[in-house]
Every structure is written in structure tokens, then in C-alpha cells.
Design a protein around this ligand. Structure first.
Ligand code: GAR
Length: 191
């Protein structure tokens, strides 16, 4: 059994799609939810699924010993970022090299990097006049949105009349793909 920690900062809809997908999965278990904010949807999902959660503040992130210990105590094998807005501490990136995955709501390298998250991305894509957007799922290194791409999928956004409509289309694509890509990625690491 491989153990996964999901890190997120907000609503947690991708975390929920992962929890639903891996519920009672014989090979992969979501064993921990980490959030950098207290009253978030993602922590409610952890509660609903009886999964331990850990809230990190900036200090705990910079002095990552406590977070490392929590990951170690829960015997976490893989870290899945689902809307987590902070950089992962260098020591944890090193320790989990090739074992951290992220989803980004654009076709990287376009509209990625520091400050590009959530609606910031969709506003920028919409204002660019691009007819196509999409999702990128990638391994995580020390820089924002920069690790090896594992999966990308495009979608038409020429019919979208606002950044919110782009966001809704992209979110649907994320929910459809992220659990499956995470599952296959973990399987590929095991074989
Ligand atoms: C998702 O769209 C995810 O791709 C994005 O945050 C949203 C989180 O929504 N992540 C980034 O922008 C990372 N750069 P959720 O909390 O409902 O899953």
C-alpha cells in the first residue's frame, strides 16, 4: 500500500476528486491532508473522509522539521499538490525527489510561475485572447511550475465569455484527469 499526502490551500475540489477516486483503493491510500490555511474546504474534506490533517504556517514551512516529521510519522510515499500555493521546502523536495506531483490550470510553460495560480491564471489566459487553454500535471522541483511535465490536455475556450467560464471548463478537465494521472504515475513508479 502506497501512502499519499494531499497538500492544498483552499476549496479542495481536486482533493475531493482524489479522495473519491482512491476511496477503498487496494494500492493507494490518501493518509494525510496538509493545508496552509485553517478554515478551508480541503480540511472539511479531510474531516469527512476521516483523514488526519496538518495545518502549516509560514514558520513551519520555512523550518520544515515538523512537517518532515509528520510526513515520516504517517509514512507518506508520495505528495500530491492540489491547489497548494506555497513552495515546498527544499529538504522535502530533495527527500521526495520524483515523488511530488502538481496540477496547474494552464498549458505550461505558458501562464506559469510565481503568482500564477487560480483565477490569476484564468484572467491572464482570457485577457491574452488565446482560443485554447488546458491543464498541466508535472513533477515538482524547487521552482514554481517548473518540473517535468507528465500530462497535458488542451481545451477550446473560444466560447468562454469570461475568465470564470474558462475556470469552470478547466476545473472540469482537472477533476476528470488528475486522479487517473496520479494513479498511473504512482503505478509507473512502483513497476
Ligand atoms: C486548481 O485549479 C489548481 O489547478 C490550481 O488551483 C486550483 C485549486 O482548486 N493550482 C494552481 O494554480 C497552482 N499553480 P481546488 O482547491 O478546488 O482544487
Amino acid at each position: 500500500m502506497k501512502k499519499v499526502a494531499i497538500f492544498g490551500s483552499g476549496r479542495g475540489s481536486n482533493a475531493l476528486s482524489l479522495l473519491e477516486y482512491f476511496d477503498e483503493n487496494p494500492d493507494v491510500e490518501v493518509s494525510l491532508i496538509v493545508s496552509n490555511k485553517k478554515d478551508t474546504g480541503i480540511l472539511q474534506h479531510a474531516y469527512d473522509y476521516y483523514i488526519p490533517s496538518f495545518v502549516v504556517d509560514k514558520y513551519a514551512m520555512e523550518n520544515e522539521k515538523r512537517l518532515s516529521k509528520v510526513l515520516q510519522d504517517e509514512q507518506i510515499d508520495y505528495i500530491v499538490l492540489a491547489g497548494f500555493l506555497w513552495l515546498i521546502p527544499e529538504n522535502i523536495v530533495k527527500k521526495y525527489e520524483g515523488k511530488i506531483i502538481n496540477i496547474h490550470p494552464s498549458l505550461l510553460p505558458d501562464f506559469g510561475g510565481h503568482g500564477m495560480y487560480g483565477m490569476n491564471v484564468h484572467n491572464a489566459v482570457f485577457n491574452s485572447g488565446n482560443k485554447i487553454s488546458g491543464i498541466s500535471i508535472h513533477e515538482v522541483n524547487q521552482n514554481y511550475d517548473d518540473g517535468a511535465i507528465i500530462y497535458q490536455e488542451e481545451c477550446e475556450i473560444s466560447d468562454c465569455k469570461s475568465p470564470q467560464e474558462v475556470a469552470a471548463k478547466i476545473l472540469e478537465l482537472e477533476h476528470k484527469n488528475y486522479p487517473l494521472v496520479v494513479d498511473n504515475w504512482i503505478k509507473s513508479k512502483m513497476s
